[in-house]
Structures are given as structure tokens and as C-alpha cells.
Design a protein around this ligand. Structure first.
Ligand code: ADP
Length: 278
């Protein structure tokens, strides 16, 4: 199967910088899988996400930067508009995603579909469906700009979901949210996963990553240092050299080990932990 994103020996350096933000990246994202991208601040996560959605310059003068293929096409041959129906993007700050010109959440979510020129009946049906799925009926007639940050992020996510693009890139959607809103967003992300959409999620919330991800990709200093299932990555000794936290069940098992309680496998999720305690 052809991967929907295929990055080959790709490097990128910002114009005003003395070192590359991405170094020799090789990465394939396969259809229907849920990937989480983790790593310390400044390790290159957002730059990599931007390379996938075509938001970095296509060419470097006098430099062989490698290639990014999206849905089988080289990014160098694509325009941003070619990707609009293929990649949905959710930002850290939902405010930047709001059109700013819509009176209601319903209209905000309908905006992208209207731009595609879909028939009105179809737009209404799709928007109603997504409002139901996202569990945001109570926000339907509210002004998007008057919502809380958490509510805005749910609307922003719904406005992307309604477009049904096959790849979603979600960049730290909960970094500015309180715990309840974070939980609401993760409930929505779980639904995205169940739809079979391919997802690349940049996140620091390790416990949720361990629960959701098919694969975890760890970046450090512009390079991919580790990639594998949550169990493979969070049990890897290589992780000790990188400034990322491990899931709470794994941390707990290490502390219990110091008290003479030995786990057969390092538990990564709460389920793993419970199974081993029983
Ligand atoms: P992360 O998302 O992991 O925090 P980034 O991709 O934002 O990392 O940044 C990777 C590196 O590129 C960092 O050293 C950062 O300072 C640098 N960088 C990011 N954006 C720019 C920019 N617009 N111009 C110059 N350097 C940048």
C-alpha cells in the first residue's frame, strides 16, 4: 500500500537560522493509522507538520532538501489549494481558525462546505450530523467569538471534521485548555480515530497519547529518534536521552519497583496496569 505521506531524506532550514530545523527526515504515514508526534520544545514537530501541509517554502537555494510526497504527489509539484480537500489542520489557538465573520457556530462549521459549493440540503445535513457527533448542540446558535477557549477548540475541530479530509494534522489542540476542555477535545479525537481518518497529532499529554496512538514518533533536535507502538517507544532505553515524560502507569511501576513490586512488562496504559495488578 502506498503511504499517504512519504517523506524521504528531507531537511529544512529557516531563512533566518544557522541550523536546520529538520535533518534527514524519513517518515511514512499509512492510511487509517493514528500517529502521535512528541519531543521537547524546538525539536521540529510543528515544522514537520507544516512541511506535510505545504506550509514551508518548496525549494532551498543551492540545497538538496529531499522530498515530501503527499497522496503520491511530490509537494514541489503541488499548490496549497491542491491540498485543501486532502489535509485538515487544527491549530493550538482555535481563535486563529475562526473565520471571524459568522454569527453562529452552525454557520462557522458550514463555511468550508459552502466554499466547496455543495447543495444547501447536503450542507445542512452534514453540519447537523457533526454538531451531534461532536456533542456541541448547546453551542449551535451561539456566536463563535463569544465562546470559551475550550468551546472554540471543539467548534474548530468540528469545522475541520465536517470537511472529511482523509488526513488530519492536529497541533497541540489542548495546550491552552483547562482539564475539562482537554477531556472534551480528547473525546472528539477518539471519534476521529474511530472514523478511520489518518491522524498526525502533536501533543504533550503523554497518557492520552499512550491510549490513542497506533504509533508514536519521537523527535529531538530536528531528527526522528524513535518510532513504534506506544509500548515499544515508552519502554525504549533510548527515551532516557530525550527530554520527554513517560506515561503515568509506567512512572508508577518504576516507583513501585523501588518498593519491591515488580511488573512483568512496563505498563503503558491504565488497562495494562490493571491487568498486571489483577
Ligand atoms: P517544536 O514544534 O518541536 O517546538 P519547531 O518546529 O517550532 O519545534 O521549531 C524547530 C526549530 O526551528 C527551533 O529551533 C525553532 O527555534 C526554529 N524555528 C521555528 N520557527 C522558526 C522561524 N519561523 N524562523 C526561524 N526559526 C524557526
Amino acid at each position: 500500500m502506498v503511504p499517504i505521506v512519504d517523506i524521504q531524506n528531507y531537511s529544512f532550514q529557516y531563512l533566518i537560522s544557522d541550523q536546520p530545523a529538520l535533518k534527514n527526515i524519513d517518515l511514512q504515514l499509512e492510511e487509517g493509522r493514528f500517529y502521535s508526534l512528541i519531543g521537547p520544545n524546538g525539536s521540529g514537530k510543528t515544522t514537520l507538520a507544516n512541511a506535510i501541509r505545504g506550509f514551508v517554502p518548496k525549494f532551498h537555494v543551492g540545497d538538496d532538501q529531499g522530498d515530501v510526497y503527499v497522496f503520491g504527489q511530490n509537494m514541489k509539484d503541488l499548490e496549497l489549494s491542491d491540498l485543501a480537500d486532502k489535509i485538515g489542520f487544527v491549530f493550538q489557538n482555535p481563535f486563529t481558525q475562526m473565520s471571524g465573520s459568522k454569527n453562529t457556530v452552525f454557520e462557522e462549521i458550514a463555511f468550508g462546505l459552502e466554499n466547496l459549493g455543495l447543495p444547501v440540503d447536503e450542507i445542512i445535513e452534514k453540519v447537523n450530523q457533526i454538531i451531534y457527533e461532536a456533542d456541541i448542540e448547546e453551542l449551535r446558535d451561539k456566536n463563535p467569538l463569544e465562546l470559551s477557549g475550550g468551546q472554540q477548540q471543539r467548534v474548530a475541530l468540528a469545522a475541520v471534521l465536517v470537511m472529511e479530509q482523509p488526513l488530519m494534522v492536529i497541533d497541540e489542540p489542548t495546550s491552552q485548555l483547562d482539564p475539562q476542555s482537554t477531556e472534551d477535545i480528547f473525546k472528539m479525537i477518539e471519534k476521529v480515530k474511530k472514523r478511520g481518518t489518518t491522524v498526525l497529532l502533536i501533543e504533550h499529554k503523554i497518557d492520552q497519547i499512550a491510549e490513542f496512538s497506533d504509533e508514536v514518533i519521537v523527535m529531538d533536535q530536528g531528527e526522528i529518534k524513535l518510532q513504534g507502538s506506544p509500548a515499544e517507544v515508552f519502554q525504549s532505553p533510548l527515551l532516557k536521552e530525550i527530554d520527554v515524560t513517560i506515561p503515568t502507569p509506567a512512572k508508577l511501576s518504576l516507583e513501585l519497583y523501588d518498593h519491591g513490586i515488580d511488573f512483568t512488562d512496563v505498563p503503558i496504559t491504565i488497562d495494562d496496569l490493571c491487568q498486571q495488578i489483577v
